[in-house]
Write a protein that binds this ligand. Sequence first.
Ligand code: NDP
Length: 514
Amino acid sequence: MVADDKPASTFKYSEKPVYTTSNGCPVENPEEYQRVGQNGPLLLQDFHLIDLLAHFDRERIPERVVHAKGAGAYGEFEVTHDISDITEIDMLSNVGKKTSAIARFSTVGGEKGSPDTARDPRGFSVKFYTEEGNWDWVYNNTPVFFLRDPTKFPLFIHTQKRNPQTNLKDATMFWDYLSTHQESIHQVMHLFSDRGTPYSYRHMNGYSGNTHKWTKPDGTFNYVQVHLKTDQGNKTFTNEEAGKMAAENPDWNTQDLFDSIQNKEYPSWTVCVQVLSPEQAEKFRWNIFDLTKVWPQKDVPLRPFGKLTLNKNVENYFAEIEQVAFSPSHLVPGVEPSADPVLQSRLFSYPDTHRHRLGVNYQQIPVNAPLRAFNPYHRDGAMAVNGNYGANPNYPSSYRSMTYKPVKASQQHEKWAGAAVSYLFEVTPEDFVQAKALWDVLGRTPGQQDNFISNVAGHLGAAKKDTRERTYEMFSNVDKELGASIKKATESDAPAPTSQAAGQAESRQFPQTV
Ligand code: NDP
């Protein structure tokens, strides 16, 4: 508490708080400092100056290793359709039921200061403050991802980051990885379509990608995938427009989201679910735990059930967006993770990141705090700021009664047995089928296939020759003509190779927009 007996953050602009040091001691002039005479050295006793400098020195926390650049806002979710036949999730229990939420959108590979319009998947995360705990949707704007083996995640991400020697983005690293891990092809098709450069965060869809389980009161469950369809319509930049915007206003998407909410043009998404019973899943053509595959909508139709609307900007970016901590493991009764191996690894990795970036008590930060939580066995640790459960015993004590709410678990549904094995999915011709389906989807809109070819060519031209050749073969596996067209466009476009660094004789700088 500071002057006037108020928490520091609650002072309004209209009020005139007394300026103090961090321990609340009034300071007459924040620009003055103590020294010996007019020209002598500083005094160590000057707590105001040391307080100021020492705090400034510690202003930065580690940026997220992925999804570092982002923007977000508060909003609400409303149930629009009865889906009580397929779920017992409290938040979805009644038509008209509303739940507060915060969303954060982001690019994936770039650093915190990188341009919003980079060609990259977009993170699409929402935290719902439900009556039964915080439920996080940690989604992307593409329904698939580059990989389905969790070990590959750090390896793949490294190839989208900077070359360890040159510290430059490196097209050879990028395409070398993709062309030698061709299960990525479906996501590559998404990334190099114009949806790889969305016009704004408001004009893109969100997809769970990973498969989850929704349980039912009768003890059974279904596998589900969730889709958020933009009500603003899908709108994209061309490669050229995205590059231009990156130079003119690298924070364009951040600004667009803030301004639209400030102007009361509240963005919204229609939320739908795809549902497969365990029996259907077993007979399904596609492995439902394979993150590189969609569930075709003609086979598994979208069922609408809600609307997400963003209607309030944050007061403080760092407190509410930089510190918001989403995790696929933040679940509520009625929803469970599936055996999707990438999801399973994410269950570990996200809270691990938060403990590293924000500390062990990251759930106590106001933006992350659930409506109510009671776990007195979580004690102490850095920044225990919620009262640390006061005098409550820190073990299951016979002197302290607690209510234990029965939660139905569906663990009995799946019985896993087998030898412990080292596993890796193999790449097969099946991996190109949905990539080809997307190529055909692009063909429905005039110009989309041409843009795709030039988007790839503009980027691939900067890679080494043998990597380029391998990449043409990869695209030929989708469609023979596509491979040939990309080759033609890339080789005629490709500027003469330059040597950027030792060992990178034909590698050129990664284009700005990727
Ligand atoms: P459908 O024809 O039923 O669905 C096509 C989907 O593609 C629609 O959801 C549409 O989204 C989306 N789409 C349209 N244009 C583009 C584009 N330029 N880039 C990316 N997505 C686009 O087909 P299927 O369900 O059989 O899927 C065919 C292909 O469509 C898949 O291989 C997949 O890559 C892609 N797709 C499929 C999704 C799924 O979950 N089944 C989701 C998104 C894409 P919208 O309605 O918003 O325009």
